[in-house]
Ligand binder design. Structure first.
Ligand SMILES: [Zn+2]
Length: 224
């Protein structure tokens, strides 16, 4: 049975790679200069691994109802959905609860979008703060920081000096957030993933490998 997959061109990569996301979509990340024939060959070669990923039980989709667990900075909170008859949509933390009030009757969509707005504000605050910490530590210059939502990336560093982060990273433990910040900052000097790049990441954030591993293992759980 031929496996279907999407192709994404990634100029920064040295070698093609395969990703299987939480929705069981297979993507081949292809550096410039590689052909779709090579992507096909890689998919055939890695077919066993891909099928294994596809057969893994998927995470249950979030329903955005009271009792579900959400993470901020690696700390878990129980969602509580309340309806404020004359209030505005709002989110706050009370002990171990993440409370969401919606202006009308709560629906999964309204709870989700209220939560996303709140997480984005936290992401901006946290990422600007960590960027400024590591920028003054390293003296690395950045033109602009952007916070967005990206399908299959946690962050990227453009040649023009713009560094972008996926707001979803704010759910991860603080060390993982720092790893991502250092990773993108190091790309300002090393726009690739060769050993010189990893040496720089290690010099700024020794022990980064454990955070990188966390992201590989748990990244899909942050995607809702
Ligand atoms: Zn990178």
């Amino acid at each position: 049975m031929p496996l279907s997959y999407r192709l994404e061109i990634r100029p920064r990569r040295q070698h093609p790679a395969i990703q299987v996301n939480s929705r069981k979509q297979v993507t081949v990340l292809l550096p410039v200069g590689f052909s779709s024939t090579e992507a096909d060959a890689l998919v055939r070669k890695k077919a066993d691994w891909i099928l294994k990923q596809l057969r893994k039980p998927s995470l249950p989709p979030k329903r955005f109802v009271s009792g579900e667990r959400f993470f901020l900075g690696g700390t878990g909170y129980r969602l509580r959905v309340v309806e404020e008859s004359n209030g505005r949509a709002n989110v706050w933390i009370d002990d171990a609860n993440l409370i969401v009030s919606t202006s009308g009757p709560p629906s999964p969509d309204s709870v989700r979008s209220t939560l996303i707005q709140w997480f984005r504000i936290h992401a901006e605050k946290r990422l600007y703060e960590r960027m400024s910490h590591y920028q003054s530590l390293t003296g690395i210059d950045v033109r602009q920081i952007k916070i967005g939502e990206y399908k299959s990336r946690w962050g990227f560093c453009r040649e023009d000096g713009v560094i972008a982060f996926n707001w979803r990273i704010v759910q991860a433990p603080l060390g993982v957030i720092d790893y991502l910040v250092v990773h993108e900052l190091a790309h300002r000097h090393h726009p690739h993933h060769q050993p010189s790049f990893w040496r720089m990441v290690d010099a700024i954030l020794p022990g980064y490998a454990v955070h990188r591993q966390w992201l590989r293992q748990h990244g899909a759980e942050l995607n809702w």
